[in-house]
Ligand binder design. Structure first.
Ligand SMILES: CC(C)(COP(=O)(O)OP(=O)(O)OC[C@H]1O[C@@H](n2cnc3c(N)ncnc32)[C@H](O)[C@@H]1OP(=O)(O)O)[C@@H](O)C(=O)NCCC(=O)NCCS
Length: 188
């Protein structure tokens, strides 16, 4: 009986999808994307299970995938960041006192370029991202999977970070290169 009701529900949903698609002039795929986009910033944030205190987000904050694989410390400002975390090894860790400018993208997930068309799209690659204590990521920077950003370092606005950033370094550009080191005492 339950299976039968579920099947009816499925049928109703698919008719509703078709009607909506016809009404808005969109195809099936676009409607699916719109559904995901309707999740609010607050809901995305709530779906992240591992987080400390005083984590600040703003309108536009969004997690494309892998909420459960995001680990946030305390006193962090993520404003309107886009996070694409993996479901497996694509873990994203953000330590205490990290803060971001607007529109930062953390991309722990990608696709395997050795495949083509649907196969490429269906393939998923994952690498972890770790942003260490006190790092400042400038506006519209992109951090790719496999990257560790050192503590108290700075990523300049608009950079694409493809490699690890040492502690206390300022990096910038695409791909991001070392600009200079920040003077500090060894025990800081
Ligand atoms: C990285 C940053 C902090 C450097 O600050 P700064 O006061 O400009 O530092 P400097 O003047 O010492 O610049 C050092 C070098 O970095 C280069 N540089 C600065 N910003 C850069 C950027 N976004 N991309 C690439 N290189 C950059 C400068 O051209 C300069 O190069 P040069 O020495 O060959 O002339 C700053 O440029 C930046 O990107 N800040 C982020 C701003 C932001 O996102 N604000 C939002 C609020 S969180």
């Amino acid at each position: 009986m339950k299976a039968y009701l579920n099947e009816i529900k499925k049928q109703i949903k698919s008719v509703a999808r078709f009607v909506r698609g016809w009404y808005y002039g969109m195809d099936y795929t676009e409607i699916i994307i719109r559904k995901r986009d309707r999740i609010s910033e607050r809901q995305h944030f709530k779906m992240i299970p591992h987080k400390g205190s005083q984590v600040y987000i703003e309108k536009g904050f969004r997690v494309f995938s892998g909420h459960h694989n995001i680990y946030l410390g305390s006193h962090i400002s993520l404003v309107d960041t886009l996070i694409n975390a993996g479901n497996n090894v694509g873990k994203i860790t953000i330590d205490d006192y990290v803060f971001f400018g607007h529109g930062v993208c953390l991309l722990a997930r990608g696709h395997d370029y050795n495949f083509f068309n649907e196969e490429r799209h269906a393939s998923i690659t994952e690498k972890p991202i770790h942003i260490k204590e006190g790092a400042w990521i400038g506006t519209r920077a992109i951090v790719l999977g496999g990257v560790t950003i050192g503590k108290h370092s700075v990523v300049a606005a608009g950079s694409v970070v493809t490699q690890n950033v040492p502690d206390y370094a300022i990096v910038g550009g695409n791909p991001a290169k070392l600009i200079k080191m920040i003077p500090h005492h060894e025990n800081m």
